[in-house]
Each structure stands twice: as structure tokens, then as C-alpha cells.
Design a protein around this ligand. Structure first.
Ligand code: AQP
Length: 332
């Protein structure tokens, strides 16, 4: 907690074009905390390099994400929007927290297991210690809440364990954060294989709907979405494709699953898929327009990045100074 105001922190990697999974599970929810919390929303480029990135793409996507944060309703006057590598305290605290994180704890992280399978030629130490950097991101700002999708729950829980352990040794250092995971949209699945999470680094572009896809592309992708051999639009076990489409439609329209089942009673999958595509494309239309407008002004984006980095560094410095003192590092 900073000066009695509660803190919300979250981050997204600029490791690909953002998907509606990133949007519904995280980004869309960020703005609702800006009135009552001090918010820090970060573009976590240091996390992104745990997987090989093309430098020009990483740079371009960092600008794009800054524009997208704003296009999704985040006002840089109300929330601190910044790039992780602009605030060196993240890397500094990550090193310290590495020394308070168990090898066994890191070995149990599902993301590490998944990503080391996916990138078998590059299982680097950064991929393994990624959760310690994420703990640093969160703990630097004395964060109370972390709005994320369900896939990040395990990392936030580890952050809590690390913070609790640190506080036992050095009382009063960190606020213990809570993950905030919305029930609808917490895990949007791939359209090509609805048993798998929709992921921005998926190689099959038809598996993923990007926030910036145009309307025709969005509708085409939903039309092709894998479903099952039934025709009735209803939630059920083994109906992963339809369950996923119902939850996407619910997120974009605010309707409950029961309302959706009633709305499509007696109508086939084709009609339902079209409605999901239209609801998604229509909701994202204003985001796309705003994004294009903001992205065109590079000087403004850079000024906002600088402003965000300065603000974040100010708060991060307070925590890092406290941590250094508690650890016994000499202050000069
Ligand atoms: N499919 C999803 N459904 C709901 N939420 C999701 N998130 C990601 N995918 C889904 C949430 O988006 C936020 C940012 O994620 P990230 O960039 O840190 O990386 P990630 O979780 O590993 O997401 P991706 O898209 O799968 O990225 P890549 O392909 O680079 O690994 C998080 O809050 C996450 O929960």
C-alpha cells in the first residue's frame, strides 16, 4: 500500500500481437481499477527475452503495446504505464529475490514446463527464474491486487510465498498481493484446439483472434472455430469449443451462459459463430481506431513512456532502498 492508497499492478509481454485472451483475461479489466487504486501497468520486455525475440519486432511491439494500453481505456494521467526495462529496479530486486526462491519451487511452475517443451533448443536460466522477476515486478510497488488470467495464478501464489518468507526474515518489507481473476474470460481457449489456451505466440494464426484483426478476419476465424458434432448451443462436458465460444460471447455482450443458450435455442452453430464474431469485432472496433490514432504519434508515446518510467522508478526506489537496508547492504 502506497500512502494509504491500494495498489494494482499487472504486466503483459510484448512477445507477439495481443490476443482476445490477453484482452479478456487481463487488459480489459485493468482500467476498472484506475479510479480507486494507484495502478502500475507494465510492458514486460525483460520477461519477453526469456524466449528469443527479433530486436526490431520487440521494439515495435513495445510501442504498440503502449498505444494499446491507452486505446483500451488506460489514461496515462491516472495509471502509471511504462516499459519494464526502463526501470532497472525490477532487475535489481529480481536478483535479490532469486536468493530467496527455491529451486524446487521454480521447477514446479507449469509455465516453465510448457515453455521449456516448446523451446527445447533454448531452456535458459531466465526462463527458469522468470517467476522471481515477476515477484520483483509486483513487490516493488507494494502491490495489493494483480489482475491476471488464470494461467498466471501459480506465479502470483509463488510471489506471495516469496514475500511472506522475506517478511519473516525482514519484517514489514513487502505487502502480500492477491491475484484478481475474473470468472468469465479467465482462460480463453484456442479456436483450433479448444483444449489449449489461446496464446499470442501460437504459430497457427487461425487459432488466435488478435485484438487488432479487422472485422472480416475476426468473423472468418470464428466461422472456422473447432466445435463438436452436436448442433445445440449449450455448455457441457466435452464441448470445449462451444464452452469457449459461449464464454467469449458472454465477455463481449455481458450476457450469462443461460441467456445465451436461450438466445440460440433452435438455431445452429453457424448462426452462433457469426454472432460471436460480430460481437467481438464490434466491441474491438473503437479500440482499433483509437490504437491507430495514438500509434501515429510516436513523440507522444515516447513522452508517456518516459513519464511512466519516472513515476514507476520513484516508487520502486523506495522499496529497493528499504530492501537493501534490511539486507545489510552498505548505503553510500
Ligand atoms: N488465453 C488467455 N485467456 C485469458 N487470459 C490470458 N492471458 C494470456 N492468455 C490468456 C493473460 O494475459 C496476461 C498477459 O500474459 P503474458 O503476456 O504475460 O503472457 P502469457 O500469460 O504467457 O500469455 P500468452 O498470450 O500465452 O503469451 P506467450 O505466447 O508469449 O506466452 C496475463 O495476465 C495472462 O494471464
Amino acid at each position: 500500500m502506497l500512502n494509504d492508497q491500494k495498489v494494482s499492478f499487472s504486466g503483459i509481454q510484448p512477445s507477439g500481437n495481443l490476443t482476445i485472451g490477453n484482452y479478456l483475461g487481463a487488459l480489459k479489466n485493468f482500467a476498472e481499477y484506475t479510479e480507486s487504486y494507484k495502478c502500475f501497468y507494465c510492458i514486460v520486455d525483460e520477461h519477453a527475452i526469456t524466449v528469443r525475440q527479433v530486436p526490431a519486432d520487440l521494439r515495435r511491439r513495445s510501442y504498440e503495446m503502449m498505444a494499446l494500453y491507452m486505446a483500451c481505456g488506460l489514461d496515462p494521467e491516472k495509471a502509471t504505464l511504462y516499459v519494464q526495462s526502463h526501470v532497472p529496479a525490477h532487475a535489481e530486486l529480481a536478483w535479490i529475490l532469486n536468493c530467496f526462491t527455491g529451486f524446487g519451487e521454480l521447477s514446479r511452475m507449469t509455465q516453465f514446463k510448457d515453455k521449456s517443451q516448446k523451446h527445447a533448443d533454448n531452456i535458459n536460466a531466465g526462463l527458469f527464474t522468470y517467476p522471481a522477476l515477476m515477484a520483483a515486478d509486483i513487490l516493488l510497488y507494494q502491490t495489493d491486487i494483480v489482475p491476471v488470467g488464470i494461467d498466471q495464478k501459480q506465479h502470483v501464489e509463488l510471489t506471495r510465498d516469496i514475500a511472506t518468507r522475506f517478511n519473516q526474515l525482514y519484517p514489514g518489507t513487502f505487502t502480500i498481493p492477491e491475484p484478481i481473476i475474473k470468472k468469465t474470460g479467465m482462460k480463453i481457449m484456442s479456436l483450433a484446439d479448444p483444449t489449449k489456451k489461446m496464446s499470442k505466440s501460437d504459430e497457427n494464426p487461425n487459432a488466435v483472434v488478435y485484438i487488432l484483426d479487422d472485422k472480416d478476419t475476426v468473423i472468418r476465424k470464428f466461422k472456422r472455430a473447432v466445435t463438436d458434432s452436436e448442433t445445440c448451443v449449450r455448455m457441457g462436458e466435452g464441448k470445449d469449443g462451444i464452452n469457449n465460444l459461449i464464454s467469449i460471447y458472454s465477455c463481449f455482450t455481458g450476457k450469462t451462459a443461460e441467456e445465451i443458450e436461450r438466445e440460440f435455442d433452435g438455431r445452429g452453430y453457424g448462426e452462433f459463430k457469426l454472432a460471436v464474431g460480430e460481437a467481438c469485432a464490434d466491441s474491438l472496433d473503437p479500440v482499433r481506431e483509437e490504437f491507430a490514432r495514438i500509434l501515429a504519434d510516436k513523440a507522444y508515446l515516447e513522452a508517456m513512456m518516459k513519464k511512466g518510467a519516472d513515476e514507476a522508478a520513484y516508487y520502486a526506489r523506495k522499496t529497493i532502498t528499504k530492501v537493501r537496508r534490511k539486507l545489510g547492504f552498505v548505503q553510500i
